[in-house]
Design a protein around this ligand. Structure first.
Ligand SMILES: C[S@@+](CC[C@H](N)C(=O)[O-])C[C@H]1O[C@@H](n2cnc3c(N)ncnc32)[C@H](O)[C@@H]1O
Length: 313
């Protein structure tokens, strides 16, 4: 059913998301700044900063005492306290970027192509947090389904697994995990690895090539929606080459016609990618069979789908 009952709600999200994205909250958290000092530190226009800060005070995120700004306890909890139920944190930067991208729909309708945008470190961090948040409730179950019947110490390839949301549960279940992701993601996330975690990073673009190996299982978590038929079929063929005979491919995504979220999510891919979208089980099955897989099965975990198939070689 259509539901546009509260069209003003995004305003809070936009101003808080912008403050987080631009480093305003991070800076205020570091010390006591006056308006002039803060504007100087961040290179911001004073009038613009004053207007935004006043709105953040009205919303309850900032307070001003003796001419110095600080975060309110509620602001601190929502933006920085990962142990709190109210915590949203950097995932908000991702929501902010999603909204920015969706405002380009009128242009994309004409050109069919995303409007180019630069991504800075704050954007990557926001994306990582959003991925972590979305995986939190399902990651252990996903790992269980993907690793079922595989021996301890099995070799897993996690393509686009840089955020480590699934690599960590795979490793915790005894797998040796190779993560291939973009160099900037590997660089950021490698630092977060614990010495006991059996995870190695291999930087590289998987549309250009997949790391060599003899893997028991290859996990493609939320990456097939970034690409279209041509790239996915080629990727499945490359994955087939690096799996052991009878090895498993596991694809986690929102399957069109099965997930209730698939149609709307495809709009996000439309405005952010050249060929991405959400795909039906029939499309996945065709691409997998062309790449040399058989025994295709689908599982549902909390409204997300996992497609499993076996390398027939
Ligand atoms: C939507 S996130 C999914 C992350 C994780 N697999 C999950 O499900 O939580 C997509 C990931 O794939 C990576 N990625 C996208 N295209 C890639 C490419 N061509 N080569 C390597 N990594 C890529 C991104 O950097 C990002 O970490």
């Amino acid at each position: 059913m259509p539901n546009l009952t509260n069209p003003v709600a995004p305003q809070e999200l936009l101003v808080v998301g912008a403050a987080l994205q631009s480093g305003l909250f991070d800076t205020i958290r570091k010390g006591a700044y006056s308006l002039e000092e803060l504007a100087q530190e961040l290179g911001f226009d004073e009038r613009a900063l004053w207007t935004v800060n006043e709105s953040l005070i009205a919303l309850g995120y900032l307070s001003l005492n003796a001419g110095k700004y600080s975060l309110t306890p509620e602001g601190e909890e929502i933006l920085y306290d990962e142990t709190s139920d109210k915590y949203v944190g950097y995932a908000l930067v991702h929501t902010f970027n999603v909204i920015k991208a969706w405002t380009t729909i009128p242009q994309v309708l004409k050109t069919g192509a995303p409007v180019p945008r630069e991504r800075d470190q704050q954007d990557i961090k926001g994306f990582m947090y959003a991925m972590k948040r979305s995986a939190k409730e399902v990651a252990d179950q996903v790992a269980h389904v993907c690793l079922r019947d595989l021996p301890k110490g099995c070799k897993v390839l996690d393509l686009g697994g840089g955020p480590l949301n699934y690599a960590r549960p795979f490793a915790a279940a005894g797998a040796r995990v190779t993560v291939q992701d973009q160099p900037e993601v590997c660089q950021m996330m490698e630092k977060t690895l614990q010495p006991h975690e059996t995870i190695e990073f291999v930087p590289g673009d998987f549309t250009e090539g997949v790391v060599a190996g003899e893997f028991d299982m290859a996990f493609l978590g939320n990456i097939c929606h970034i690409y279209g038929e041509e790239e996915n079929t080629l990727l499945f063929k490359r994955v087939h080459q690096v799996l052991k005979p009878g090895g498993r491919i596991a694809i986690l995504d929102l399957v069109r016609g099965v997930s209730k979220r698939a149609e709307l999510f495809a709009v996000n891919m439309l405005v952010n990618t050249k060929t991405g979208g959400t795909w039906t089980l029939q499309q996945y099955t065709n691409w997998l069979e062309q790449a040399g897989f058989d025994s295709v099965q689908m599982h549902d975990i909390a409204g997300r789908q996992i497609i499993l198939a076996k390398a027939n070689k």
